[in-house]
Design a protein around this ligand. Structure first.
Ligand code: ZN
Length: 280
């Protein structure tokens, strides 16, 4: 790829749906473009069952993701890991079906407990939680924050990072403080779909050139992602699977090898405790 860099290239957040989407073709595209490692986030539980209000549905969704990752491991020069959790928008689906925000909170926390089992038992690397990215009333907002705080407790207990799906913005220092209060270091909280500037958690930057420029300028730890959703009904809704390797090439072409090492070696090691160079 470049004479300056022959190290790992990680997409920190994407989804794969071998049943309905491109599945392993997308993984092959990623690998052919130079990508080596993937963090595969489970699809929302409502893709499987309209409303997940039962632990067994979460378990089935997580098992599907683990199987998909096993298949991706056959294709990648490095490897993939599952990131498992409960999509924050589930709260609206549940309350829309008549559950109170508190009942919805309990269901979602139980789903996170199942995800934490997968982390503790080995196959999953990290948890996923957050709060709605759209406007909601106070009861749903408060319940969502409590779901997220529960994820931080589980992250502290299992020694794993927590990826967050939240509203946009640049100051999430209050959220990072909630994690610290529960024993989870702020750096192990990862804001997915982040812009290049962020206070509090570690940023996982959606790999547009503009935002990457900002992240490189900021000179802090960061990760790169596409949030590829592998949904045939929404082609082009997000970045494609080749985007991270292409943006790495673009960074290397402008002599920013240090930034590439930050995003693909050092930050993954400090956030998740994974040695991507050793798994190449
Ligand atoms: Zn996503």
């Amino acid at each position: 790829m470049s004479e300056d860099y022959d190290g790992p290239i990680l997409d920190n957040h994407l989804h794969l749906d071998p049943e309905h989407g491109r599945g392993m073709d997308a993984v092959e595209d990623f690998a052919r473009a130079g990508g080596t490692h993937l963090l595969v986030v489970n699809k929302p539980s409502w893709m499987l069952e309209d409303v997940a209000d039962d632990e067994s549905i979460f378990r089935a969704v997580f098992e599907t993701t683990v199987e998909t990752v096993d298949r991706a491991n056959e294709v990648l020069p490095g490897r993939a890991w599952p990131v498992l959790g409960v999509h924050p928008a589930l709260i609206s689906k549940l309350t829309g079906r008549g559950y109170t925000p508190e009942e919805a909170r309990d269901i979602m926390q139980a789903g996170l407990d199942v995800a934490a089992e997968f982390v503790a038992d080995g196959p999953a690397l990290a948890l996923k939680s957050g709060r709605p990215h759209y406007d909601v009333g106070d009861p749903i907002w408060d319940a969502s924050n409590n779901v997220m705080k529960h994820a931080f407790e589980l992250g502290a207990e299992t020694g794993s990072a927590v990826q967050l799906h939240t509203e946009g913005g640049e100051d999430f220092s209050d959220v990072a403080a909630w994690a610290e209060e529960r024993g989870l270091p702020a750096k192990r909280v990862v804001k997915h779909y982040s812009g290049g500037r962020l206070d509090g958690p570690t940023k996982s930057v959606l790999s547009n050139e503009d935002e990457l420029e900002v992240a490189v300028e900021e000179n802090e730890p960061f990760l790169m992602e596409t949030d590829f959703i592998d949904d045939p009904d929404r082609p082009g809704a997000v970045l494609g699977p080749k985007t991270v390797p292409r943006r790495v090439e673009w960074l290397l072409d402008s002599d920013r090898v240090d930034a590439v090492r930050t995003a693909h070696v050092e930050t993954p090691a400090s956030v998740y405790g994974i040695d991507l160079e050793a798994t190449l």
